[in-house]
Ligand binder design. Structure first.
Ligand SMILES: [Zn+2]
Length: 387
């Protein structure tokens, strides 16, 4: 798991590393901040570091403690999430295994009632029951560590400790057993009992910056850089959201929108009504979504350049649209895809500069049309400025 699994959040990681190095580890921490900012990932890395057999390098990621901590199978680390009353143990284990693979995966019962279908909802009440606080925390946390140096409990979505459960948990915090560490995570710190909050060292997580998100998408999720950047910009500082987008139907639907846009450009004069509709639809989108679509368009057009030069063996991004790209390329022999790339890049820049969207997309379709038919076309900027 290790610190390198935590995306961005350098300030937080430094604080936790300093606590480890100086052996001034608090009895309880509250990691709070927006969803998907990495609170749980940092909590798991911290738990691993506390148990590592090489404190000077913790977590070393190599010792037996580290390896079991990374698999979420260390006997002295409890990872709790709110759950329905009728949950099966193997259901929890499956979620923890997914979490061990990717600490940013959406595996909790609150946001995902079934692992098979991310969109499904359920009426099962998800919470921390008081029985669970007794069984999984009181009992476990009052024993000495089995083999590690600490007993660590990570309590995720801690705002779902309600009433009796919260009071039972408070007792644990009030009567600390030596060498126990609690890490609570929440995106709703305002919903926690103030008496719980006041006993924790608060660590604030900020939204993850776009550059870190982009790098993580490229390195971990193997997303191509132009798409990674557009996804990063849409994800609003949440890597969990970015992952959802990367694998979502929203992304697929958006790519179809891009193909529609190019079709509308191709027929801008012969089917003026379709072009006008496309412009209208694009104009109503938010700026981030417009940039996202143009970013996807850019990737598509770069693929077209590759297909044009390398044929059906071209190493393209949109592998599932290879036929579409080949068709486009063979039908439009006069087209100048390199020119189209430049036009879309210009358009992205103009969206950023708050250019009137209707005007921008109208001119963009016309210029793309010209480039598709091999005609010389003016740059977007001068014609828009003159217009
Ligand atoms: Zn280690």
């Amino acid at each position: 798991m290790g610190w390198n699994r935590v995306i961005g959040q350098e300030r937080v990681v430094d604080t936790l590393k300093r606590a480890l190095a100086s052996s001034r580890v608090a009895h309880a921490y509250l990691f709070h901040g927006p969803d998907g900012s990495g609170k749980r990932a940092a909590a798991l890395a911290f738990a691993q570091a506390l148990q590592c057999e090489h404190p000077e390098a913790a977590p070393c990621d190599a010792c037996s403690s580290c390896r079991r901590a990374a698999r979420l199978q260390h006997p002295d680390i409890q990872v709790l999430m709110p759950q329905p009353a009728d949950v099966r143990p193997e259901e929890i284990r499956e979620r923890l295994d997914r979490l061990a693979e990717d600490p940013y995966a959406t595996v909790d019962f609150v946001r995902r009632s079934s692992l098979d279908d991310s969109g499904s909802t359920s009426n099962r009440v998800v919470q921390y029951s008081v029985g669970r606080i007794h069984d999984d925390l009181h009992r476990v946390m009052s024993f000495k560590p089995v083999e590690g140096r600490w007993k660590v409990a990570v309590v995720t979505d801690a705002e779902l400790l309600r009433k009796e459960a919260a009071n039972a948990f408070l007792k644990l915090l009030e009567e600390p057993t030596p060498r126990t560490v609690f890490v609570l995570t929440t995106s709703r710190a305002d919903r926690l009992l103030p008496t719980i909050v006041s006993r924790c060292q608060r660590i604030r997580f900020e939204r993850i910056d776009d550059a870190s998100l982009e790098a993580a998408l490229v390195e971990r999720a193997r997303i191509e850089p132009p798409i990674a950047l557009t996804i990063a910009r849409m994800a609003d500082g949440s890597y969990a959201r970015a992952l959802d987008l990367a694998g979502s139907e929203e992304l697929l639907a958006s790519r179809m929108e891009v193909v529609d846009l190019l079709r509308a450009a191709y027929q801008v004069w012969s089917h003026a009504d379709v072009a006008a509709e496309t412009v209208e639809r694009l104009s109503r989108r938010g700026r981030e979504h417009q940039k996202f679509l143009l970013g996807l368009g850019l990737v598509w057009l770069r693929d077209l350049v590759l297909v044009r030069h390398l044929g059906d063996q071209a190493p393209i991004v949109n592998v599932d649209q290879r036929d579409e790209l080949l068709k486009f390329s063979s039908r439009m022999t006069a087209a100048r895809p390199e020119r189209m790339v430049v036009l879309v890049e210009e358009a992205m820049d103009l969206v950023d500069r708050n250019m009137n969207a209707r005007l921008l997309f109208t001119v963009l379709l016309q210029r793309l049309h010209d480039a598709m038919h091999g005609a010389e076309s003016a740059a977007l900027v001068p014609s828009l400025v003159e217009g």
